[in-house]
Design a protein around this ligand. Structure first.
Ligand SMILES: O=C(O)CCC(=O)C(=O)O
Ligand SMILES: [Fe+2]
Length: 438
């Protein structure tokens, strides 16, 4: 099976392309907005467009349409990414290896890949999007009660989350592992372990279905990444047994209807996410920007916060919405495991002229995992130093990040008041060791 849509273009066609051929720089004046959006092109159309614009040279009118979805006030190159199609199962065939290598190459070049949604994913995403709209439309008082003092799951009002000391305008419902109060880990007061305070089944059911299917996609992507990196099967996926996967259901207000708590036009500040993969879907509005891997921009979010990194600098890539695709960026633990060969993707979200809905699914190591860098993969900088390290306990990294983002949340206050943090260093919390030498 071919790895990239459509069948009429060469597999791994991206190799023939210089990165520049896919990007055009656009600065938006406010006058450009209100023009019809390009949503409605499916992944296949977008791919064909890429091919056409390559043949013609200058950006096509469709490229221009994609660029017009960029939020006002931002300057960035506009991506027109290839779309990969995943096999239903990864079995290690020559085709799987080629696809894995192409994914690794694309992550190293752009920091992001586009994956075609299957019909099933498409319908799960439509249902989840509808549930999200219905939830965010509720009265503030109905949403505000969806909070839990033991887990970080539940509602986060616009202006509550903090990135690099500045309030984000995103309004969020976070879904973490939904644990009954009688669960032994909850009773033992493990940090971040507790129920998900769902508003109702109308929200719960579609979200649970969506997350389950992305869990399977995350595993296939990790298996392909193992093949692409040339490491033994299980080198990455051993950490996701009992993975601490979670999801952020996001709404961004239009830029002229915020509550004045954050910075004008900024939805979420520049940051990297914490685990292995972030698999996202966005609606037709547009707002996501990423930075490509750059040897000159070194960071390690688990050692020193990467929040706010280069936020107002040049060099951002705008990722326009394309119907029928997931985007996949990399998290801190992928960077740590691969010794910087694959780096976490810095990204940020700008507010647009219309409200925007997105769903970010985080495919993560187990809370109890202690990760160790892979011997066989080296990005240069960290090799040697990383080998001597004790490894990273994912639960501690996750807890640190959530405490940093929500300093005033009831969950953070209870965690501190009950001195739960010290439990993170106990042996029961670290029951997954490092990968055996491959
Ligand atoms: O809105 C998006 O597309 C991305 C959101 C994001 O970066 C996050 O939730 O961490
Ligand atoms: Fe993010």
């Amino acid at each position: 099976m071919q790895s990239i849509l459509p069948r009429s273009i060469p597999v791994l066609g991206r190799q023939a392309l210089s990165g520049k051929a896919m990007l055009s720089t656009v600065t938006h004046g406010p006058g450009l907005f209100g023009i019809a959006m390009p949503f409605g092109f499916n992944a296949k159309t977008a791919q064909l467009t890429t091919l056409k614009s390559r043949e013609r040279g200058p950006p096509s009118s469709i490229d221009g349409c994609l660029a017009k979805t960029m939020p006002p006030g931002f300057k960035a190159q506009v991506a027109n990414l290839d779309t990969f199609k995943l096999p239903e199962r990864v079995t290690g065939t020559a085709g799987d290896v080629k696809l894995g290598q192409a994914l690794v190459r694309a992550w190293r070049q752009d920091g992001i890949v586009q994956i075609a949604m299957s019909d099933k994913h498409m319908s799960l995403w439509q249902d989840a999007k509808l549930a999200s709209r219905q939830f965010f439309r509720k009265q503030h008082s109905e949403k505000a009660v969806c909070v839990d003092s033991q887990s970080y799951a539940g509602y986060i009002a616009s202006g509550e989350e903090v990135t690099d000391g500045i309030a984000d305008y995103s309004e969020i419902f976070t879904i973490t592992r939904d644990l009954d109060p009688s669960d032994p880990r909850v009773r033992a007061k493990w940090p971040c372990h507790g129920p998900c305070p769902w508003p109702d089944v109308d929200m719960k059911e579609p979200m649970v279905r969506y997350n389950e299917s992305l869990g399977a996609e995350g595993e296939r992507l990790l298996q392909l990444a193992e093949l692409g990196l040339g490491v033994s099967p299980g080198s990455l996926t051993r950490y996701t047994r009992d993975g601490w996967h979670h999801t952020r259901v996001l709404r961004f207000p239009p830029r002229n209807a915020t509550n004045g708590k954050g910075k004008e036009g900024r939805g979420i500040g520049s940051h990297t996410d914490y685990g292995l993969l972030v698999i996202s879907a966005q609606d037709d509005v547009g707002g996501l920007f990423v930075r490509r891997p750059d040897q000159r921009e070194r960071f390690a979010n688990w050692e020193k916060s990467a929040a706010g990194l280069k936020e107002d600098d040049d060099g951002w890539i705008y990722i326009p919405p394309v119907e029928g695709v997931h985007t996949v960026i990399l998290g801190d633990m992928m960077q740590y495991l691969t010794n910087d060969f694959l780096t976490a993707t810095p990204h940020k979200v700008g507010l647009n002229t219309r409200e925007r809905f997105a769903l970010a699914y985080f495919h993560e190591p187990s809370f109890q995992a202690v990760l160790k860098p892979l011997d066989k993969v080296s990005g240069g900088m960290r090799l040697g130093r990383s080998k001597e390290q004790e490894g990273i306990h994912y639960g501690t990294h996750f807890t640190n990040m959530f405490m940093r983002n929500y300093p005033d949340r009831v969950t953070t206050k209870r965690l501190i008041a009950e001195d739960r943090y010290c439990l993170l260093s106990t042996p029961e919390m670290r029951t997954m060791g490092a990968a055996p030498a491959s």
